[in-house]
Design a protein around this ligand. Structure first.
Ligand SMILES: [Zn+2]
Length: 439
């Protein structure tokens, strides 16, 4: 029984408007709701006028309905489905070849998607921006992994491939990431991350580690874009160097500081293992002196403290008769010291002097190898002193990507991987999300 109460005139009583507002969908009529303890079914139809035939413009004739069931946002805390009673139309002109068609409204749902538009946008943001797992997000509406993943990839791809996602880049880094190591029966594949190392933005990922794919990507950016790249950072990889030589010949190549220090640490470790084997005739075991020093040996000298330093020296005296490990350790410290230099010219002199010293014939083989690497990369190494750019932000990207990988275990499809990684680390413009539509 309608109330007799006189209501203020600002209250709207148009039933369609009220439905639109309460249900949150435009131009619909609610046909009915079915509610159980577990779920909600919302049945709607559009209020759209009789359309003209898309081919000839003659007014269409109704040809019944087709019920489309879509996964929707939760309603009253319960998983919900939207049952869209979709009108079918037929051209009234018997000679027209258009035949019949079903109404479409992308504001409700994209024709290929199993989620309503609003549920799809929410899922894309939850998975892509917040890094929630697809399983988690699929659980709420009670649908399966593929339904949510397909939706996130379809909407997300439009966002990450938006032409304005990044513009000119001043410093670009290449870095490899292992992808799919989830299970023994999956091969480890590598992808190359292409990163704006100044802004800390993942620009893209391409398959493989080096070679043609990063080249194709850079060629596709065009000449002006490539010429704007002033610095190109890389780990000590010959294949990435070749990419830069070919595509960014004007950019100054910068060897990544953290990779250089990591390499020096690896040589200390190798020396320790070899000496251990020679002295004891077996691999390092708990209790062997140099084995006990292995963590201390790769630690920065200033972090050791007096007691740590004494401990290292004591352990080395006990298990390093020719002093090879000690030499490797000093070489590592000298490499670290290089990054204390402020001046590029002095840094280059330091590297050259260090190379002379480390490649001396009486140095242990691991140290000579380190010296040769430093000689080969002396200019990219000291380019750091002019720009202080590192792949550090790239490594941060890799951590993000690892997170994406963790939350998406079993993730073997490169397209999925690319879209998820770029949604998370590629700084897409999320304000565009409400207006995008899958291709
Ligand atoms: Zn027609």
């Amino acid at each position: 029984m309608p109330s007799k109460r006189k209501l203020p005139s600002r209250l709207k009583t148009d039933p369609t408007k009220m439905m639109e507002l309460l249900v949150g969908l435009p131009e619909i009529v609610v046909l009915g709701v079915y509610v159980t303890d577990e779920r909600v079914e919302l049945h709607v139809e559009s209020v759209a006028d009789r359309p003209g035939c898309p081919a000839c413009g003659v007014l269409a004739q109704p040809k019944g309905w087709r019920e489309v069931v879509l996964v929707d946002l939760q309603f009253g805390g319960k998983p919900s489905t939207l049952h869209w009673h979709n009108r079918r139309w037929r051209c009234a002109d018997g000679d027209c070849t258009n035949g019949s068609w079903t109404e479409q409204d992308e504001r409700i749902a994209h024709p290929r998607m199993k989620l309503t538009r609003r549920a799809a946008l929410r899922a894309t943001e939850d998975v892509g921006r917040k890094g929630r797992t697809v399983n988690e997000v699929a659980e709420e509406p009670g649908c399966d992994w593929h339904t949510v993943n397909d939706t996130v990839v379809a909407y997300g791809e439009v966002l990450v491939d938006h032409p304005d996602r990044f513009a000119e880049v001043h410093a670009l880094g290449l870095d490899e990431t292992a992808f799919v190591r989830a299970a023994p029966y999956y091969r480890t594949n590598f992808v190359t991350s292409i990163v704006d190392v100044e802004r800390g933005q993942l620009l893209d990922v391409v398959p493989g580690r080096g070679g043609d794919q990063p080249k194709y990507w850079l060629w596709a950016r065009g000449r002006i874009w490539r010429d704007a790249v002033a610095y190109a950072t890389l780990d000590l990889s010959g294949s990435y160097k070749a990419v830069f030589d070919a595509c960014l010949p004007r950019a100054t190549q910068v060897a990544d500081k953290f990779h250089i220090i990591k390499l020096a640490n690896e040589r200390v470790d190798e020396t320790r293992r070899r000496v251990q084997n020679e002295v004891l005739g077996h691999r390092g075991r708990k209790g062997d002196p140099p084995y006990r020093a292995r963590r201390l040996l790769t630690m920065a000298e200033e972090r050791l403290g007096d007691s740590g330093r004494e401990k290292v020296q004591g352990l080395l005296r006990a298990g390093d008769p020719r002093g090879d490990v000690a030499v490797a350790w000093e070489a590592k410290e000298a490499v670290r010291e290089l990054y204390g230099h402020q001046d590029q010219t002095l840094a280059l002199e330091w590297v050259d002097a260090l190379v002379d010293d480390l490649t001396d014939a009486d140095r242990p083989p691991e140290v000579r190898s380190l010296g040769r690497t430093l000689r080969r990369w002396r200019l990219p190494i000291t380019a750091w002193h002019a720009c202080h750019l590192t792949n550090g932000p790239t490594e941060a990207m890799n951590n993000l990507i690892k997170r994406v990988k963790r939350v998406a275990f079993g993730f073997t499809n490169f397209r999925n991987y690319r879209v998820r990684a770029l949604l998370y680390a590629g700084k897409p413009d999320w304000s565009l999300l409400p207006s995008i539509s899958p291709i």
